[in-house]
Design a protein around this ligand. Structure first.
Ligand code: G6Q
Length: 549
């Protein structure tokens, strides 16, 4: 299918809206949020949007109605509506890998269908979901037993990158809903310490390994899977045990069979699911085992709610579109290098790490879809920590440092673990931080407090630091799904404006290839001939000497 309509749009700086925004920025950069709020008393009620159960207050951004209008125009000129429609139709919008991008099909209800290359992908998705559900029920109920007849009580997901970060984030986020009788571990690093610590207290007779790998060739995952097989067989002593203690999630049936896992115990997905967009495919098997099939379906429904909102809501009320456009505004006009994402919800402690891959692997790109070098900044650096911990650490730099750091603050109206007044205390910090960042404290205010004159400049807080506040009712599978899809589509929106391929990841390839070449040089008994640069050669020699010593 052709994507020429989307690859031939003018370079970003040539688009009229971009030029208008550049001029407009010169006015806005000198405006303070204090003035913008003083001029418009309804600003805090007007610059908000709601969708899929999430509420976004974007009023504390350095924007006016004119900014929003011009950003919307930029989205139009960048072909956002066409590109969104193309994704939902299953066109091959991942041009450098010539693939469709259909994570949105993973959460379509069974009653819908989406025909791509003559195949109803929604029907295929639901076939796998049903197999996953049946398997999960058997394991959770104890009907599926290990080789010695004991029920499974520990599940270890072996995977890395997209086959790890989503599952571990979802498990932590939904731990409240998980089966507390079972233990869940996530093994990703090829560092043997990760393996040893993940398995040291587990009983092989009651442990199930899920080998999660789209390609089933990833060095880290396959190395850990082989060590897991040795670990299990050392205790169970019979090759036949593999069938009871290992299942695979992959698109590569041949490699799964080669490893010794029966394809009966394999849950498939498809080329059109990118690794970092796969936690709601069979890669989410560990999530389903933890929370059960019903709740997994609620998670999918939350994703779908946001997909529908993204597809249907007008841009000025569309959460992912607004957040994506604001991200572009700060990256490219204000020169912001990073975005902080601070969930005021302890269960979301792995959410920033998950988002780092989603945002940075997707939009860390240097050429346009048709291969021209970009002459503007693309994806920002994403980072974050749960509130309130971050406040007692790095927030100082956000408040009074010299860099502009837009921040997303995420909070929930109800806690899952009510305890005295903890939750109001937690949430008061969300609102207080957004307020302090926006309005700061002026010199006059500091003086009024009777501050010693020499200390006044130290205590002044400039303010004018932008935030988005995202609120939801309670952390549930459904609200989690909506929150993740919000960021997925915000990333997509940014990628469309920048006209880059948000769905490939060629940048991770070179390091992998070079490591393959160095492995034998580290393992060789005899002194290998080295032909790297002088630094790499010397490091390899030093390592060889040090490990012998
Ligand atoms: C994600 C990337 C990458 C991938 C891992 C694991 O978008 O493609 O993080 O998920 O490299 O790959 P496998 O699932 O093939 O082992």
């Amino acid at each position: 299918m052709s994507t020429s309509a989307t690859t031939s749009i003018p370079m970003l700086r040539e688009r009229p809206a971009w030029k208008a925004l550049s001029k407009h920025y010169e006015e806005i950069r000198t405006r303070h949020l204090r003035e913008l709020f003083a001029e418009d008393h309804a600003r805090g009620e007007r610059l908000v949007a709601e969708g899929a159960g999430l509420f976004l207050d974007y009023s504390k951004n350095r924007i006016t109605d004119e900014t929003v209008k011009l950003l919307r125009q930029l989205a139009d000129e960048s072909g956002l509506a066409d590109r969104t429609a193309a994704m939902f139709r299953g066109e091959r919008i991942n041009v450098s890998e010539n693939r469709s991008v259909l994570h949105i099909a993973l959460r379509m209800p069974k009653s819908e269908s989406l025909i791509v290359d003559g195949v109803d992908v929604v029907a295929e998705v639901h076939e796998v979901l049903e197999r996953m559900a049946e398997f999960s029920e058997r394991v959770r109920s104890g009907a599926w037993t290990g080789h010695t007849g004991k029920p499974i009580r520990s599940v270890v997901n072996i995977g890395i990158g997209g086959s790890d970060l989503g599952p571990v984030m979802a498990y932590e986020a939904l731990r409240h809903y998980s089966n507390r009788e079972m233990t869940f571990r996530f093994l990703s690093n090829v560092d043997s310490t990760d393996f040893v610590e993940a398995t040291r207290d587990l009983d092989p007779e009651q442990t199930l390994f899920i080998v999660s790998s789209k390609t089933f060739t990833t060095l880290e995952t396959m190395t850990n899977a082989r060590s897991a097989r040795d670990w299990a067989l050392a205790a169970l002593g019979d090759e036949a045990a593999v069938a009871k203690h290992f299942v695979a999630v992959s698109t590569n049936a041949e490699k799964v069979t080669e490893f010794g896992i029966d394809t009966e115990n394999m849950f498939g997905f498809w080329e059109w699911v990118g690794g970092r967009y796969s936690m709601d495919s069979a890669i989410g098997l560990s999530t389903m085992l933890a929370i059960g099939p019903e709740r997994f379906r609620e998670l999918l429904a939350g994703f779908h709610d946001m997909d529908e909102h993204f597809r249907g809501a007008p841009p000025e009320r569309n959460l992912p579109v607004l957040m994506g456009l604001l991200a572009v505004w700060y990256s490219d006009f204000f020169g912001a290098q990073t975005v902080g994402v601070m969930p005021y919800e302890q269960y979301l402690k792995r959410f920033p790490a998950y988002l780092q891959q989603l945002t940075m692997e997707s939009n860390g790109k240097h050429v346009t879809l048709d291969g021209r070098p970009v002459d503007y900044d693309t994806g920002a650096i994403y980072w974050g920590e749960p509130g309130t911990n971050g406040q007692h650490s790095f927030y100082q730099l956000i408040h009074q440092g010299t860099r502009l750091i837009p921040v997303d603050l995420i909070g929930f109206a109800k806690t899952l673990n009510p305890l005295r007044d903890h939750h109001d205390l937690l949430m008061s910090n969300v609102f207080a931080q957004a307020e302090a960042l926006a309005f700061g404290r002026t010199e006059a205010e500091v003086r009024e407090e009777g501050t010693d004159e020499a200390i006044v400049p130290h205590r002044v807080m400039e303010g004018n630091r932008p935030t988005n506040v995202i609120l939801a009712g309670q952390l549930t599978p459904r609200s989690l799904g909506a929150l993740i899809a919000l960021y997925e589509h915000s990333v997509f929106t940014q990628g469309v404006i920048w006209n880059i391929d948000s769905f490939d990841q060629w940048g991770v390839e070179l390091g992998k290839a070079l490591a393959q070449r160095i492995i034998p040089e580290l393992e060789s008994e005899s002194e290998p001939e080295l032909s790297h640069d002088s630094s790499t050669n010397a490091l390899i020699r030093r390592y060889r000497t040090m490990k012998r010593g």
